[in-house]
Design a protein around this ligand. Structure first.
Ligand code: ZN
Length: 211
């Protein structure tokens, strides 16, 4: 069997978002199938079994190296590229899963759940991750605005933490969690995720549910 990269998602890495979800600011990790990724965004099918999809704008890391038990320096060096992404979440499916203590896989990993922008080299941001800004607009109105400075752990800390629990591989993609301001997305609304520091912009929209 070949080994394949994975898509990791972090939750509750921004205290203000954890609070708006009624949760403690303690990082949680979930894993998504590769088919959740949509490089470049575009039109995304509505997730089956959901009536409530939320947007979560996030910094996304692309790993150039893998490994286990990476120290902070190795974890930082492993981050090859970065971009913005949207962790689309079937919030009603997630709420039902949370109630029952079930995994979040269906809420987070549906096909197209993770549109992401064009990756840019991470080198210039090493040692100054906090300066990266995140922004999400829907039909021209700003809904989320955040800075990586508010994120705990920071990107190298997240990769180091993941490498204690998983064997990381080159090509792994990490969604690092969302700042406050998440909310519903309706079919046809135009989402624009961007970061001025990264010089990256991503557009996507959800198609209406299948009849
Ligand atoms: Zn998220």
């Amino acid at each position: 069997m070949n080994r394949h990269p994975a898509v990791y998602g972090l939750g509750r890495t921004y205290a203000a978002h954890a609070a708006e979800m009624g949760a403690a600011p303690e990082p949680v990790v979930f894993v998504m199938p590769w088919t959740a990724l949509v490089p470049g965004g575009g039109e995304i099918p509505w997730p089956a079994g959901s009536e409530l999809v939320h947007h979560e704008v996030e910094l996304v890391l692309h790993l150039g190296e893998g490994g286990r038990n990476l120290d902070r320096a190795a974890a930082e060096a492993a981050i090859a590229e970065v971009t913005v992404g949207v962790d689309l979440t079937a919030r009603d499916v997630q709420a039902r899963a949370r109630e029952k203590g079930h995994p979040w896989a269906r809420a987070k990993g549906f096909p197209g759940a993770c549109p992401l922008g064009p990756p840019v080299p991470a080198g210039p941001f090493r040692g100054r991750w906090g300066e990266i800004d995140l922004r999400l607009e829907i039909d021209g109105t700003v809904r989320q605005r955040g800075r990586v400075a508010e994120m705990r752990p920071d990107p190298p800390g997240i990769v180091a933490l993941l490498s204690r629990w998983f064997e990381l591989l080159p090509g792994d993609v990490v969604f690092t969690g969302t700042p406050a301001g998440v909310g519903p997305v309706r079919p046809g609304e135009r989402l624009v995720a961007s970061s001025r520091a990264l010089g990256v912009r991503l557009e996507c929209s959800l198609l209406p549910p299948a009849p």
